[in-house]
Design a binder for this molecule. Structure first.
Ligand code: FAD
Length: 391
């Protein structure tokens, strides 16, 4: 006979473990199922092994979703301060890096250990190494067959994340379940992902390894962070950020000198008429990048010989250099998946499916995707707590 629980959670990642711990501590009998042999693999590799576990600037406008208001309720009810309280209760040392990003001083392992400890305190049962074979729903009960488990519960939580980085065990299983239960899925796409350059722009790949602080823009999105040239194209935080907004065919504009005041190049001409563009640029940018940009702008040899109009158009080009990425490095390299189970199907208070009471969806599986910088984990925690409070 199937073993009875109050809730079965599929996926022992950040969202699933948080949800399990809170539900367990509220007295619910909880089973967490995962096909991986260990829980929280993405937590372990996150933030370069130190886990950027939240961001103090968390707000709904730092998330992409077909419904930009959907995340508001869960994020308001479980804040970065709430997660930090938990981190401090477990005496995990942390620091703020840049842009509100909080990291462990030690290791991401501490975050997984903390979540497991909280699960233990809630009497949660973990079923690892348990690939899900079958999920059914009848008579208001969900039945799950996974590994050696057959379990039943009135509530099922989908927390299996998205398909980014399949070699870590990531799958699109959440979408299969969504289809099985008739929930719409917003087309999943790789996000926080390096972009690739081809054609004439492939020449920029020769700059592989060069980084510079820029402003990258795509549509209305703009991010001032570092950009990095790679042997395939463009990466670095500024590019990863705009990649979440980028659609095939769109240009990405890079301002290579976001701090420079308007007219700076005319000013440089007046002060140093003998200087060349490459050397002026080289004072503010890595020299290989400065050379490449100057080569492409192809001004007259010395600034003093260039007409002001030519300087203005050079300055304009440097402030909005248009790249036409021909693709991205895909799910294999994407830090997250944008799109996912449609928010229109879910209650924003409880993450419960409107069509099927008892079914909840949390974390990356939902069509809510955060910026780079700890926002995705904050969504995992907050959506997990929102569901747990309703179980
Ligand atoms: P996941 O953590 O992906 O958990 C899903 C779980 O479900 C996994 O344990 C998986 O094994 C299991 N599963 C999947 N399919 C099945 C199946 N068919 N059957 C059974 N189990 C299944 N975000 C930040 O906020 N800060 C960071 O520093 C950060 N760094 C990152 C670094 C990298 C390299 C990557 C890839 C991502 C990073 N992210 C970061 C994003 C963050 O890891 C995710 O947004 C977050 O882990 C999502 O949590 P989740 O619980 O929804 O899904």
């Amino acid at each position: 006979a199937p073993r009875p629980f109050d809730a079965i959670i599929l996926g022992a990642g950040g969202a699933g473990l948080m949800c399990a711990a809170i539900a367990g501590q509220r007295g619910r009998r909880v089973l967490v199922i995962d096909h991986a042999p260990e829980p929280g693999r993405k937590i372990l590799i996150s933030g370069g092994g130190r886990c950027n576990f939240t961001n103090v600037h968390t707000a709904p406008d730092r998330y992409l979703s077909a419904n930009p208001h959907f995340a508001r309720s869960a994020l308001a009810r479980y804040t970065p301060r709430d997660f930090l309280d938990l981190v401090e209760k477990h005496r995990i040392a942390w620091h703020e890096k840049t842009l509100g990003q909080l990291f462990c001083d030690g290791s991401a392992r501490q975050i997984v250990a903390m979540l497991l400890e909280e699960c233990r305190a809630g009497g949660v049962t973990l079923g690892l190494d348990a690939p899900v074979r079958n999920v059914t729903h009848a008579d208001a009960l969900f039945r799950v067959e996974a590994g050696s488990w057959t379990a039943e519960a009135p509530a099922l939580v989908i927390a299996t994340g998205g398909p980014s980085i399949p070699k870590l065990g990531a799958t699109g299983f959440a979408y299969d379940l969504a289809r099985q239960f008739g929930l719409k899925v917003v087309e999943p796409r790789p996000a926080l992902v390096p972009l690739t350059l081809g054609g004439d722009e492939a020449l920029f790949r020769e700059l592989s390894g060069v980084a510079a602080p820029v402003e990258a823009r795509c549509g209305k999105a703009a991010f001032r962070e570092a950009a990095l040239f790679t042997h395939k194209g463009l990466s670095g935080p500024a590019i990863l950020q705009v990649s979440s907004y980028w659609k095939r065919g769109q240009a990405v504009a890079i301002d290579f000198l976001p701090q420079a005041p308007a007219g700076w190049l005319r000013e440089a001409k007046r002060q140093r008429p003998k200087a060349k563009l490459a050397s002026v640029l080289g004072e503010q940018l890595p020299s290989r990048l400065a050379d490449t940009l100057a080569e492409r702008i192809a001004l007259a040899a010395e600034l003093g010989n260039a007409p002001d109009k030519a300087l203005d158009s050079a300055e304009q080009r440097l402030s909005a250099w248009e790249f036409q990425p021909n693709g991205s490095e895909g799910f294999a390299k994407a830090e997250v998946t944008a799109g996912g189970i449609s928010t229109a199907e879910l209650s924003q208070q409880t993450m419960e499916a409107k069509k099927l009471p008892g079914l909840h969806v949390i974390g990356e599986a939902v069509d809510v995707t955060g910026w780079l910088g700890g926002y995705n984990f904050q969504w995992a925690w907050a959506s997990g707590v929102a569901a747990a409070q309703a179980l």
